[in-house]
Design a protein around this ligand. Structure first.
Ligand code: GTP
Ligand code: MG
Length: 431
């Protein structure tokens, strides 16, 4: 395997703004999808009455996705630039599938936000930006897409750019130095080559911008944490859990424990992008074989760690949250669904401990009766089923989450302190 740096790049944004089309275009321009395959997709798209969707089909592989013309689950594809090899995580924009977008965003180092020039900032543009910010996305590149539909008009581009900048400012997301690029994923403008249709734009192409992203940090010194995304049984091999290494290193011969399940086994081999690898480091999306663990012993949402330092299962945890929206107010006893890494577990607000000023961190009220949209607070949450979560000071990769209810993101937050479940193995803290 090449010694290139690896990074995970999520593609986010509102439904139909062109995320999958952009990924298909990027893979095509970098020689990762041959022309005849695009041609084949073009014919398939036309036969489904969906002419123009050929690039999206590179990522939308499910029949239902192709019929409905939208992305449902996240999909991963590898592609290379000069400096990096990327794992692109294409996420769905439709509001029904935000839970899959959260999994995708939590696996990514950086992200490209796609905003269609004709539509501008839309509900899931907002929701995705808010989630990207709280789920630890480092840098955001904003691709203002479908410039062909607005005649490559600079005034319209400036307008969309100003709207997105305002949104970034609202959530404190590097609004000063974000990179904006006018593109057409469909026509290929400013994706791999500078477009003659936008003489007024002198910045980088999208490919140049992503190649210029900062190197992701590599928390290899921390204990292994690998949230499980799927579990397969492969004949002749056995149980193969799949997921991304968040922290630490995974190597054959290691004894690993899956929490909360508690199953323990020995790692015998590791595969990435269909090739066997000698080890996996943070950022690597891998499948690995574990001897002594059956398919039914573990499931999506479990986290794999070293047997001698297993992931923490929370009895309760204290967290800092920011409320994005709520139909009324949040009081103790409220139970939305928490989404963290690959897990989804109902969690009850046990207490609302402090209301704080999100800009200064200052406490503005002790034990308030309720919090509402726009508020920041320190709260104690109790998972209704066993859940692995870690303090964000120790393991930030496993310490952030979103709270959702009735198809809406209510809040996002980070974990301050975990009270481990009695009986679950407590992980040793480094002195
Ligand atoms: P979800 O995954 O469902 O959120 O949608 P998406 O953001 O992946 O959008 P997708 O790539 O599926 O594209 C939606 C539609 O927009 C398709 O018909 C594309 O052909 C069209 N489209 C995407 N990019 C462009 C573009 O640059 N110009 C034009 N004219 N159409 C585009
Ligand atoms: Mg899509």
């Amino acid at each position: 395997m090449a010694a290139k740096l690896h990074q995970n790049l999520a593609i986010i944004g509102h439904v139909d703004h062109g995320k999958s089309t952009l990924v298909g275009r990027l893979l095509f321009e970098t020689g990762n999808v041959p022309e005849h395959i695009i041609e084949q997709y073009r014919e398939e798209a036309e036969s489904r009455g969906k002419g123009g969707w050929e690039f999206a089909y590179v990522m939308d592989n499910l029949a239902e996705e192709r019929d409905r013309g939208l992305t449902i689950d996240i999909a991963h594809k590898r592609f290379d630039t000069e400096k990096y090899f990327f794992t692109i995580v294409d996420t769905p924009g439709h509001r029904d599938f935000v839970k899959n977008m959260i999994t995708g965003a939590s696996q990514a180092d950086n992200a490209v936000l796609v905003v269609a020039a004709d539509d501008g900032v839309a509900p899931q543009t907002r929701e995705h930006v808010f989630l990207a910010r709280t789920l630890g996305i480092g840098e955001l590149i904003i691709a203002v897409n479908k410039m062909d539909m607005v005649d490559y008009d600079q005034a319209r581009y400036d307008e969309v750019r100003a709207d997105v900048s305002k949104l970034l400012k609202q959530v404190n997301f590097r609004s000063d130095d974000a990179t904006f690029i006018p593109i057409s994923a469909f026509e290929g403008d400013n994706v791999a080559e500078h477009s003659e249709h936008t003489p007024w734009y002198s910045g980088p192409t999208l490919l140049e911008a992503i190649d210029d992203l900062p190197e992701p940090e590599m928390p290899t010194e921390a204990p292994l944490r690998l949230p499980i995304q799927d579990v397969y049984t492969i004949s002749g091999i056995g149980t193969v859990p799949v997921g991304r290494v968040e922290t630490g290193v995974l190597e054959p011969g290691m004894s690993v424990t899956f929490m909360p399940s508690g199953a323990t086994g020995e790692v015998t081999s590791i595969e990435m992008h269909h090739e066997e690898v000698p080890k996996a480091v943070p950022g690597d999306n891998v499948g690995f074989n574990v001897r002594g663990v059956g398919k039914d012993d573990i499931k999506r949402g479990d986290v794999c760690g070293p047997a001698e330092e297993p992931p923490t299962v929370a009895e309760t945890f204290q967290a800092q949250v920011i409320v994005m929206q709520h139909p009324s107010v949040i009081t103790a006893g409220y139970t939305p669904v928490l989404h963290a890494h690959t897990a989804q577990v109902a969690c009850t607000f046990e207490s609302i401990d402090k209301k704080i000023d999100s800009k200064t961190g200052e406490v503005v009220a002790e034990n308030p009766d309720y919090i509402e949209a726009g508020d920041a607070a320190i709260v104690t949450l109790r998972p209704q089923k066993p859940l692995v979560i870690e303090s964000s000071a120790e393991l930030p990769e496993l310490g952030s989450f979103a709270l959702r209810d009735s198809g809406q993101t209510i809040a996002a937050g980070k974990v301050l302190e975990v009270t481990p479940k009695v009986g679950a193995k407590d992980r040793k803290k480094a002195a």
